[in-house]
Design a protein around this ligand. Sequence first.
Ligand code: SAJ
Length: 413
Amino acid sequence: MAKKVCVIGLGYIGLPTASLLAIKGFQVHGADVNRHAVDLINQGEVHIYEPDLDIMVKAAVQSGQLHVSCEPVEADIFVLAVPTPFQDDQRPDLSYVHQATMSIAPLVKPGNLIILESTSPVGTTEKITRWIVESRPELNVSESLHSICSRIYVAHCPERVMPGQILRELVENDRIIGGIDRPSTEKAVEFYRQFVSGNLLETNARTAEMAKLTENSFRDVNIAFANELSLICDHLDINVWELIRLANHHPRVHILQPGPGVGGHCIAVDPWFLVDAAPEQTKLIHTARAVNDYKPGYVVERVAEKAARFKEPIIACLGLTFKANIDDLRESPSVKIVEHLTRRQVGKLNIAEPHIQELPGTLQLEHVSLMPTDEAIKKSDIVLLLVNHDVFHAIDRNLLKEKIVIDTRGILN
Ligand code: SAJ
């Protein structure tokens, strides 16, 4: 009989994972506290944009293998895919993980496997195990023979998919799998082998947690290097895009791209988990965060300088999402920049963001309007390019003649 999987959290990771599992023949129940999302999914629709996700969810729901509701149900395998944001003081917020764990605790049976996919501070998988065993003292994780009938299995398998290519990467990426003990790792590997074509790399839970934080911190540090170069180049009047192109011809140099800052729910967040866990040891990682977080304010200053030349400046802000070709505004540096420009009353703002239908609440203001790209450009004095969406690469360059252009993504280079 098909194994029953319960996926908690139906966001960018949970929903594609639940649908994929359903299509692969698992009997899947998805749970999410967001009633609107649950209702949509049950109708075969989606509440988030990811290429082809709608088709996969529809197929999964229509096959009868995927059901969703606001409550988890009993299963053989539980997958936790809930957010792990940080609090105002940059310390990890494990409240969603705790809530999700406590929601499944009454349902867990001996022999069940619980997998944490959420990016988490080191030690979280052990914490989950403790929370479950404390609330269900008849369960254990002991390897001794006489407790084998009451034991559960717990592992961390961090998600590593890239928004925009989630469906392919969910299957093809290599996965790091770390159990709280050897039997947990083996059980989790057996599960992932059924739907992942990439390599399954075995380790322990703490190393798996650290590996994910390491990957995203690596990228953050490297983007910070590119962002720092952009500041130096502005200062020395050098074209940073040309500079990076040239330097990257060296066989061992691979510099990333500067931008208006680093956004998203991962790279701008996860390094803080390392800083929080080892403040004395994370000087480079901490500084990289500071460099990347400095960038939005720097862009605002550049815009304000140019805007000062006009009596009633009108600024076209092209792109609000945290990166190209997605609809996700979480931790977006572009949103921060636009919010900052409104607070400073730098001018009238014409926003073009082809991936959203309406402006976020903080930007629903009198001097801010959402409009098509060409119109936004035509009606403005200054054009601020914030996201390298494919559609912006196709902008008619004639529209930009006579405009002051601030290109934070190197789209025009
Ligand atoms: N960015 C730059 N310059 C670059 C690359 C990115 O400024 O050269 C900016 C982007 O514009 C964006 C931010 O960095 O604002 C993050 O974008 P991203 O494409 O680097 O990463 P995410 O957040 O979409 O996804 C990352 C991925 N991690 C790594 O590449 C190590 C993904 O594989 C993870 O699964 C994901 O984080 C996650 O969920 O943790």
